[in-house]
Design a protein. Structure first.
Length: 309
C-alpha cells in the first residue's frame, strides 16, 4: 500500500504544469486514487534559466531535463513529465520513457501581427523562432524573411510579439490547446508543407527502468499508438543526430497494427531538403524510424551534413 505520495518532477512553466496536472489526473482516474496521492515537484532547469541564446549554443535538448533526471536517478523523484520533443534521444543509464499520453494536434501554429498567414507577411518581415527546423522551413518558403532567435515561455513570446519585436512567431498548437489558448493562432500550418518536430504534441513520462511499482502504475495510462509513433520518430532522429543543432522533421501515425512515417531533413538555410516516406508494422516502429534515417542519410550524401556542423 502506498504510504507516501508519488513524487512527480516537472519544470515550472504554465505549459509544463498543465501537462503534469493532466498526467496526475489520468493516473488518479485510472487507479481510483485521490489527487493527493501524487505530489508535484517543480524544478528549474538550465534551459529555463538561459533564454537569451539558442539551445544549439548552450547545449541542446538536455538542458530541459538534466535536473529532473538527476533527481529521478537518485530516487528523489518517482517519475518526471516532459514534452516528448524536448527529450534527447540518448537517456541516462537506468532511465526510460515508460508511458505516453494520447497525442495532441501535431501542427505548428503561426501567430501573425502584420499578416494572418505566414506567406502573406510583407517582404523582409521578421519572424521569431528558436527552432532550427522552423527557421529552415520558413526560409524555404520565404527566403526574404528575416528569421531571428526568439526563446522564452509561450506567454513571453506572445508578449514580445504584441510589443512589435517581430511580425510573427510559431508555436506548437498542442501547447496552445493545453493552455486553453486556441484563439491565439492566426494560421495552422499544413503538416505536409511544414512538418512537425519528431514527437511534437506528445507528453511522455520518464521513470527508472528497474522501478516495477512505478512502471506498473504508469502502464495504465500509456497510449499505445502514441508510444509507437514517437518510437518511430525518435528512431529517425537518433540515426541522424537528435540534437537542437539540426533541422529535422518527422511524423508517424500508427493504427495499432500498421505505421506510416514521413521525414524531412533540411540545410539550415532551407535551400536544400530531402524527404522520405516509409511504412511497416507498428510493432517494429523504432526500427522503421532508424531505417528511414539511414536511407535519407544515404540519399543526402555526406556533403549535405557538412552544413550542420
Amino acid at each position: 500500500m502506498q504510504t507516501k505520495p508519488f513524487r512527480i518532477g516537472t519544470r515550472g512553466s504554465p505549459l509544463a504544469l498543465a501537462q503534469t496536472h493532466e498526467t496526475r489526473d489520468r493516473l488518479a482516474a485510472a487507479h481510483g486514487l485521490p489527487p493527493e496521492t501524487f505530489e508535484i515537484v517543480i524544478l528549474s532547469t538550465k534551459g529555463d534559466r538561459i533564454t537569451d541564446r539558442s539551445l544549439s549554443e548552450i547545449g541542446g535538448k538536455g538542458l530541459f531535463t538534466e535536473e529532473l533526471e538527476q533527481q529521478l536517478s537518485s530516487g528523489d523523484l518517482d517519475f518526471a513529465v516532459h514534452s516528448s520533443k524536448d527529450m534527447p534521444t540518448k537517456l541516462p543509464d537506468g532511465l526510460a520513457l515508460s508511458a505516453f499520453l494520447p497525442r495532441e494536434d501535431v501542427r505548428d501554429a503561426f501567430v501573425g501581427r502584420t499578416a494572418a498567414k505566414l506567406l502573406d507577411l510583407p517582404h523582409g518581415a521578421t519572424v521569431g523562432s528558436s527552432s532550427l527546423r522552423r527557421q529552415a522551413l520558413i526560409r524555404r518558403l520565404r527566403p526574404d524573411i528575416n528569421v531571428i532567435t526568439y526563446r522564452g515561455q509561450v506567454e513571453t513570446r506572445l508578449r514580445k510579439l504584441a510589443e512589435g519585436q517581430v511580425d510573427g512567431t510559431l508555436l506548437a498548437y498542442a501547447g496552445l490547446k493545453r493552455l486553453g489558448m486556441t484563439d491565439v493562432p492566426t494560421e495552422l500550418l499544413d503538416p505536409e508543407e511544414f512538418p512537425p518536430a519528431p514527437a511534437q504534441g506528445a507528453i511522455c513520462i520518464e521513470s527508472r527502468v528497474d522501478d516495477t511499482r512505478v512502471n506498473s502504475l504508469l502502464a495504465a495510462i500509456d497510449d499505445r499508438r502514441t508510444h509507437e509513433a514517437v518510437a518511430c520518430e525518435r528512431g529517425f532522429l537518433a540515426t541522424l543526430d537528435g540534437s537542437c543543432r539540426t533541422p529535422i522533421a518527422g511524423h508517424a501515425q500508427s493504427d495499432g497494427a500498421h505505421i506510416r512515417f514521413f521525414g524531412m531533413i533540411l540545410t539550415p538555410d532551407g535551400v536544400t531538403c530531402h524527404r522520405i516516406a516509409v511504412e511497416g508494422k507498428a510493432a517494429e516502429a523504432a526500427e522503421l524510424g532508424r531505417r528511414a534515417g539511414e536511407e535519407i542519410r544515404a540519399k543526402a550524401g555526406p556533403g549535405f551534413f557538412s552544413s550542420w556542423t
